[in-house]
Design a protein around this ligand. Structure first.
Ligand code: NOJ
Length: 734
């Protein structure tokens, strides 16, 4: 069906556009003059375009997810070269350059195509999933990973990635929690901005820099009951104080584009939402890049019960501010008629085209439309990229439990490595793994075998799910003959990501039974968890001596795990999403509002009301002592500045990286506020015995205010608290 639509679109486009192909202009037109300002070039080019040529720019075609990539070359030959964009699925620059040559040489105006792709946590060098990256609390390192991803993508022919995803998500049943930075708007803002800057570099026209796309605009993370593509009920208050914040930060960081979301935002779907796309993004934030739809999200306005037919769906989307249509192939067949009927203005078309051309000029596509075709050995999986992948994986891992200091292990420990994930490669890559391949991954078995002095004994024990327990006996035997069991449990890569919701966050019973069986060998058990969402650990954590959350750590997962297990690296990840006690607690997140009754009331009768592991939690092999929290003054005017400081000492005997998390609390406000809000954090290496003073420069309007229903910051006078761990200091705003 999709293919039919695509080809119908192409036929129509070719018919429309071929009539406009003309003789080339004799002298160099201003839009081709790289010495002129981008705006001058945009206006000049726009003034030369026919309505059909303009409409062609607003379409993104795909080679199609179901098409065999080997057929790319053939498909490239039938695509209309006047199109604005192509979702590019080949893994080198060859067919891109062939297609681009057609756009540059066979069209009247020679407008380059922008090639987009989902490089989410790496292109071929796959890094930990974004959820894990957030748990590193190290945005600089995440930025280094994004640089590698940008360069690998660029030399594969990609100008534009559909990343970062900055959707705040608080329901771990939703498979897409894996793709974002967790439950906190501030953390997502910092990581989103760092990633945008890293992809785009200072100047997008430099080779190796690509355009970013903040997605999914907006509120997709609020999906009801964790189901995908469903309605979201979001008040203006939550929209402004939770969901829009990371987008605003990404726009400030210079994000070239945004992707409109699938979800229906309190009655107006993201892809037809004038308030979010036009009033907020383009008017209030003055964003001058463009908005692309999500895959088929214009067509889906029909399913969502808004537009009765395709043409009306196009009318709603474009008029709401949606500039480029991803893969629906609906703008091409309907826009011209809509303009002629007066339902869409030519001004709106011009505005959308202007935005797209602006990004193309900024990318330098008119001057450098082709990408150097390099051999794979020079552009992917380079040794320094793998080093970054390992470093980042190490920093994302969160030590949840370490009874009696069972970890780190001595290198001569005899390890029994058990579990369905122990030798898996693909599952360590997670969802949206770009061009990542299983063969690129160093799995846990190989990583550990290289690090340990004695051979690592292996038994799978069981599969990820099902009821086959026949492997348990061998697992117990292997465990009995070892000093310690390292049990690898978790999720398959396909259990999280898009369209991968789960009704429970518990692992399949079979895996929990394997743990119980292996325990019978009487050896200490270290559980390694690999997953794309928080897991219910009520039966796992109490039974284990140590639990290390390794997420989906990417190509260097095995060596990173080994470094932590033998103490070559000290765990420094901290949870960026709450681990509920059970599925029944969802939604549960740290920055909730105060209940009406405190103390023992309002609790669950059957389970604890507190989570299993809270936001910000994570252990280390060393200990950190926090000194008193001091303020440069305990009163401040609204436009003043205050410095908060705290001295932290590494009081153990090994080096470690500590993240100081700064929260604020506004205990009484005309609009109730969360019990705690993260406003600043900093991660630093502290050598054994070293002390370091961490600071937070407080700008009251930025750090203590809340947003009103139009997004304006409101700062009330009165008392606030600055909080670090269990330390609290009162600050009065006069
Ligand atoms: C649908 C997903 O929601 C989006 O995140 C992705 O970028 C597009 N498809 C393109 O693959």
């Amino acid at each position: 069906m999709r293919k039919t639509l695509l080809l119908a679109g192409i036929a129509l486009c070719c018919a429309d556009v071929s009539s406009t192909v003309d003789a080339k202009t004799p002298s160099l037109p201003p839009y081709k003059d790289a010495g002129l300002p981008v705006e001058t070039r945009v206006e000049d080019l726009l003034s030369r375009m026919t309505l059909q040529e303009k409409i062609a720019q607003l379409n993104q075609y795909s080679l199609g997810s179901n098409d065999n990539v080997n057929n790319n070359g053939e498909i490239v030959n039938v695509l209309p070269p006047e199109i604005g964009s192509l979702l590019y699925t080949a893994d080198d620059a060859v067919s891109r350059n062939a297609m681009q040559r057609r756009a540059m040489e066979e069209t009247r105006l020679g407008i380059p195509i922008i090639f987009g792709y989902d490089t989410i946590h790496g292109y071929r060098t796959i890094f930990p999933i974004p959820l894990a990256q957030g748990a590193s609390w190290n945005p600089d390192l995440a930025g280094e990973a994004a640089r590698v991803a940008a360069i690998e993508s660029y030399y594969a022919g990609i100008d534009w990635t559909f990343s970062p995803m900055v959707d705040v998500a608080r329901d771990p049943r939703w498979g897409r929690v894996a793709e974002g930075y967790g439950e906190d708007p501030y953390l997502a803002s910092v990581f989103g901005a760092a990633t945008v800057e890293a992809y785009q570099g200072g100047d997008m026209s430099e080779p190796g820099n690509i355009a970013s796309c903040l997605k999914h605009y907006v509120g997709y993370g609020a999906s009801e009951a964790g189901r995908d593509y469903v309605y979201t009920e979001i008040s203006r208050q939550s929209l402004w104080n939770t969901y829009l914040l990371p987008f605003e930060a990404g726009v400030k960081a210079g994000a070239a584009t945004l992707m409109s979301s699938f979800n229906d935002i309190s009655g107006i779907p993201g892809s037809a939402n004038h308030y979010t796309m036009t009033e907020v993004l383009k008017e209030k934030w003055a964003h001058d890049g463009f908005v692309v739809s999500d895959w088929n999200s214009v067509l889906q306005l029909i399913d969502q019960g808004m537009a009765p037919d395709e043409k009306t769906a196009v009318e709603y989307a474009i008029n709401a501010g949606l500039d480029m249509d991803m893969v629906d192939n609906l703008y091409m067949p309907h826009l011209e008629a809509l303009v002629k009927e007066g339902r869409v203005s030519e001004d709106r078309i011009d505005d959308a085209v202007r935005r797209i051309l602006r990004v193309k000029f900024r990318l330098g596509l008119f001057e450098h439309p082709y990408v150097e075709e390099k051999p794979e050995s020079e552009r992917i999986l380079l040794p320094e990229s793998l080093e970054t992948a390992k470093e980042l994986a190490v920093e994302t891992m969160v030590l949840l439990k370490n009874e009696n200091g069972i970890l780190p292990l001595e290198p001569d420990t005899k390890v029994a490595l058990i579990g369905p994930l122990a030798k898996s490669r693909m599952d360590l890559l997670g969802s949206w793994r770009g061009r990542g391949r299983g063969e690129d991954v160093v799995n846990i078995y190989d990583g550990l075998s290289r690090a340990m002095e004695k051979p690592v004994e292996y038994a799978a024990g069981c599969d990820f799910e099902g009821s086959d327990t026949t492997g348990f006996a061998e697992a117990v035997k292997t465990a009995s003959a070892s000093d310690v069991v390292v049990l690898c449990l978790g999720e398959k890569y396909s259990w999280s990501g898009e369209n991968a919701s789960r009704s429970t966050i518990a692992l399949p019973q079979l895996q929990e039974q394997l743990l119980a069986a292996v325990k019978r060998a009487g050896k200490p058990v270290v559980v390694l968890l690999s997953n794309g969402r928080p897991i219910d650990l009520t039966r796992i954590s109490p039974a284990a001596d140590a639990v290390l959350e390794i997420w989906q750590p990417g190509v260097m997962g095995g060596p990173a795990v080994a470094d932590i297990l033998i103490g070559k690296a000290n765990p420094s990840g901290r949870l960026n999403i709450t681990f509920p006690y059970t599925t029944g607690q969802i939604p549960i997140y740290y920055n909730h509002r105060s209940p009406a009754r405190k103390g023992t009331q309002g609790r669950y009768q059957d389970i604890p009301s507190t989570p299993m592991y809270e936001f910000g939690y994570g252990l280390s092999y060393t200990s950190y002592d926090y000194g008193p929290l001091t303020l440069s003054s305990d009163t401040c005017s609204a436009d003043g500045k205050i410095t908060a400081s705290i001295t932290v000492t590494n009081s153990g005997d090994i080096d470690g990286k500590e993240t100081v998390q700064w929260y604020i609390c506004d205990p009484y406000s005309k609009t109730t506020r969360p019990v705690k809000e993260l406003k600043h954090f900093e991660k630093k290496l502290l050598r054994a015995g070293e002390s370091c003073t961490f600071e937070f420069e407080i700008d009251p309007l930025r750090d203590l205010s809340f947003r009103d229903t139009e997004g304006n910051p409101v700062l009330e006078s009165g008392d606030y608290y600055i909080i670090v761990k269990d330390r609290k200091a009162r600050l009065t705003i006069e």
